[in-house]
Write a protein that binds this ligand. Sequence first.
Ligand SMILES: Nc1ncnc2c1ncn2[C@@H]1O[C@H](COP(=O)(O)OP(=O)(O)O)[C@@H](O)[C@H]1O
Ligand SMILES: [Mg+2]
Length: 310
Amino acid sequence: MVTAEHLNKTFGRFTAVKDATFSVDRGEIVGFLGPNGAGKTTTMKMLTGYLPPTAGTASIAGYDILDNPLEARRHLGYMPENVPLYDDMRVMEYLDYRARLKGICGKSVREQIAEVIDKCGLEPKRKNLIHTLSKGYRQRVGLADALLGNPDLLILDEPTNGLDPNQIRQIRELIRALAENHTVILSTHILSEVEMICNKVIIIDQGEIKAADTPENLTRGLRAAGRVSIEFKGDPERVVAELEAFAPVKKVILEEPIDGWNRLLVRAEPGTDTREKAAAIITELGFPMRHIYRHIPSLEDVFVEMTRRD
Ligand SMILES: Nc1ncnc2c1ncn2[C@@H]1O[C@H](COP(=O)(O)OP(=O)(O)O)[C@@H](O)[C@H]1O
Ligand SMILES: [Mg+2]
């Protein structure tokens, strides 16, 4: 659905996006994840044709964004970071105006507007002036706009930025529903957001793509994977000695006891699970145990590992 090859964008001497190569398949929900200033908006603007790349190419639905910009744009709906809405228009008027700008005409204008209003839950607000809408509803208007023309691909720049937790949940559900019929690329600097809705993550930092994969694959190979915490009573030295003799275990750290319970942190090879062995060792020694837990690495761990500066 999208291919980007060696995309570069420089502003003067500053390189905002460096050699970005990635692809997005039809039906995917892809999260562009990176800190503020990483180059997410710049990359999205290049994909949507709003900003010409300094070098490199990209295509949308098989159409090159430079050679066939009109065809490429016909296949995508774009919701920019700060949705430029006309405050003194009513929701319906605005969408009508946007539809005409996009060259949707005739009878299908009305039908399409009714459809996007319905999809985005804007029915109760369709006659409201835009400046009277909450930020959550304004985002819905931006989404409805992006949906006009029923594009295959939606490119959404920070769709939940500035929303409160309830609004975030509503917009997230809406994006999830839209993803049933559209390929979606969204950007965010919020890790949990990507974890909740995306089936592919592209991590971008300082203009460079650091990783592109499913969240599961990204977390699987991580150092944090394979870490196990245990709390038990009894001689810790004996437990440590037996655990250290077990092959996948790399290091056993004795932590401060809590309420008389000894605490161990077991570091093992990524992808291994030492819980069963650890539990067996402690049980065979006849020691009571109240807790055993395998740490599940999060995208945050991946992100830290990908973007650490040391
Ligand atoms: N028009 C511009 N002129 C100069 N620098 C820019 C321009 N647009 C973006 N930048 C810079 O490029 C970098 C990436 O910006 P951006 O793509 O907006 O990041 P993100 O969306 O990930 O927060 C930032 O350092 C930003 O200041
Ligand atoms: Mg941005």
